[in-house]
Write a protein that binds this ligand. Structure first.
Ligand SMILES: Nc1ncnc2c1ncn2[C@@H]1O[C@H](COP(=O)(O)OP(=O)(O)OP(=O)(O)O)[C@@H](O)[C@H]1O
Ligand SMILES: [Mg+2]
Length: 264
């Protein structure tokens, strides 16, 4: 199934929330892989009220990569976000940014593993400008999405720099028909203006919805039918179409149409 990498630029928070909302809403078996070198958000956020083992996740999986057993060990490292269905899963990220260097030798193989897994994988890669950004995984991604807030010039100009870095580093991202797209969080400058200025298509829009976003960060109750979850569901169709257009791959199997409540 496809590997979708989500990244962000300075001044535009929202990538982890968008990635989690899509994982909870999409009608396909989806795995959220926390690949942010600055650290994962799930265990201290959305999953904070559950007593989950802290020794699972991307760090031990990166160790399995080095031992050659990653394919076998992948399932044992996952958390089921909607038990016992195993249709919405998460691979928790590192707890401490100082662990990021240990992931470096494994990114390329992790990218391959995700791209060949039975899940649609959303990799939350965090800010591009951090040390140890997972470039080999980004190379392998079917689609790379820069998640940004189109609020003002202050949020858009760091995105211009991020897009040019992505185009420089990723051969597949070159030109307006490359595998690079934008996800806009909330309103502001129009999608048309943003597309024209960044020479990159807007693939999806995620609603600005503080209540549900707070619930996804582990704080309070959000609404399953709130704007954030609805927009995340809507993003599936446009992202699926973008991937199929780019790669001419098989449509993603539809298995369910109900997102789980964001309170879990
Ligand atoms: N769509 C949204 N609507 C309202 N608030 C949002 C939305 N997305 C994110 N937020 C809020 O913005 C803050 C940061 O969000 P998030 O953790 O998703 O950002 P991030 O880009 O992953 O940040 P970091 O670089 O720290 O990992 C959170 O408080 C979250 O509730
Ligand atoms: Mg984050």
């Amino acid at each position: 199934m496809p590997l979708i990498a989500m990244v962000s630029a300075k001044g535009s928070p929202g990538v982890s929330t968008a990635a989690l909302a899509c994982t909870l809403a999409w009608p396909a078996p989806t795995l959220l892989a926390e690949c942010d070198p600055a650290g994962g958000d799930l265990l201290a956020g959305y999953l904070a009220k559950y007593d989950l083992p802290a020794d699972r996740g991307i760090l031990p999986l990166a160790g399995s990569v080095l031992r050659g057993s990653a394919e076998h060990d992948l399932t044992g490292q996952l958390i089921d976000l909607d038990p016992p269905k195993q249709k919405r899963l998460a691979l928790q990220g590192i707890a401490d940014p100082t662990q990021a260097a240990s992931l470096q030798p494994s990114w390329a193989r992790l990218g391959e593993l995700f791209a060949h897994s039975p899940y649609l994988v959303i990799a939350d890669c965090g800010r591009l400008s951090t040390h140890y950004a997972p470039w080999p995984l980004l190379h392998r991604a079917d689609l790379v999405l820069l998640v940004m807030r189109p609020t003002s010039l202050r949020t858009v100009s760091p995105a211009v720099a991020a897009i040019s870095t992505l185009r420089r580093e990723l051969p597949g991202a070159e030109g307006p028909s490359g595998n690079l797209g934008l996800v806009l969080v909330g309103g502001g400058i129009s999608a048309r203006e943003i597309t024209r200025n960044l020479n990159t298509p807007v693939v999806a829009n995620i609603a600005w919805d503080p209540k549900t976003a707070a619930a996804l960060c582990g704080d309070g109750r959000g609404r399953r039918n709130g704007p954030l979850m609805k927009s995340a569901m809507g993003a599936f169709g446009t992202i699926d179409t973008a991937i199929r257009t780019l790669r001419n791959i098989t449509p993603i199997a539809q298995w369910d149409t109900q997102p789980i409540p964001v309170t879990r």
